[in-house]
Design a protein around this ligand. Structure first.
Ligand SMILES: Nc1nc2c(c(=O)[nH]1)N[C@H]1C(S)=C(S)[C@@H](COP(=O)(O)O)O[C@H]1N2
Ligand SMILES: [Mo]
Length: 252
């Protein structure tokens, strides 16, 4: 069967089973095609699997909306961070000259990148929206390098399935599948609106993921791990979010 007709079949199957009686069948289908989110056994169960699988099949390569420069929000809303850890304050006092991004796990060459190392990668910019699950949003220009460039530099092993990213602030960690990790709009961001990325917005380093809700765009990134399973991380549900009732996959 060709890829197209198989994809059509899966899609039709998923849509047809999305009705009242279909959730169990949908869960079965998603399992059969390996499209199971790490939190499929969590709070929302089969509903999450259905959302994730349907979006993966229908919109795997689609781009988040990009805006004209005139639409950049004049007063972007940066979530307040109540208090920073001493570790973060140390880096801040040093102007982030000693900030490192450790990249390890299922990679050929585990590497620690300084911010100036990261700035040697090709720089791109995107004008996209941050949308919080609580209902507010803003548009900004984000400047950085697509994550895929860094992944290519360290050599991701073929069995890799997820990229896990950690903030220096320990409560915040997330993961994404390889489709999102290698997506051209998934950025390691160091600049915003033509300047350095302000601390309030995640500086010195933030992962921007415009195809998912704001909470997946974790601030103060200092560690990335590539893995084939999310079972070993936290409660095994894919990220910190499902541990507090939010979906691992937050596609928009
Ligand atoms: N490290 C860290 N990353 C974070 C958060 C946070 O509190 N700490 N908040 C998240 C949430 S819930 C949202 S909606 C966005 C908010 O982005 P903003 O502060 O640029 O508006 O950042 C996300 N990333
Ligand atoms: Mo949020």
């Amino acid at each position: 069967m060709s890829i197209i007709s198989r994809r059509k079949l899966i899609t039709t199957g998923l849509v047809a089973t999305a009705g009242a009686a279909g959730i169990a069948t949908a869960a079965h289908l998603t399992r059969r095609y390996g499209l199971i989110p790490p939190d499929s056994n969590g709070f929302f169960g089969p509903g999450e699997s259905l959302t994730y699988a349907t979006q993966r099949i229908l919109t795997r390569h689609s781009l988040a909306r990009e805006f004209p420069r005139s639409m950049i929000s004049e007063k972007p809303f940066g979530n307040e961070v109540a208090s920073f850890s001493d570790a973060f304050k140390h880096h801040q006092a040093a102007g982030f000259s000693d900030w490192n991004l450790w990249v390890d796990g299922m990679v050929a060459h585990p590497t620690a990148f300084s911010l100036s190392d990261l700035k040697t990668f090709p720089t791109h910019s995107q004008i996209t929206e941050v949308a919080c699950e609580e209902g507010w949003s803003y548009v900004a220009e984000w400047i950085g390098t697509p994550l895929v460039n860094v992944l290519d530099a360290v050599g991701v092993l073929p069995q890799a399935r997820y990229v896990v990213y950690f903030s220096i602030e320990p409560a915040w960690w997330e993961s994404i599948d390889m489709a999102d990790a290698t997506h051209p709009q998934t950025f390691l961001t160091m600049g915003m609106n033509d300047g350095d990325l302000p601390v309030q917005f995640g500086g010195p380093l933030r992962l921007r993921l415009p195809r998912q809700l704001g909470y997946k765009s974790v601030k103060y990134i200092n560690h990335i791990t590539v893995t084939d399973s999310m079972k070993r991380f936290g409660m095994g549900l894919g990220s910190a979010s499902p541990e507090t009732g939010y979906a691992w996959y937050a596609g928009i």
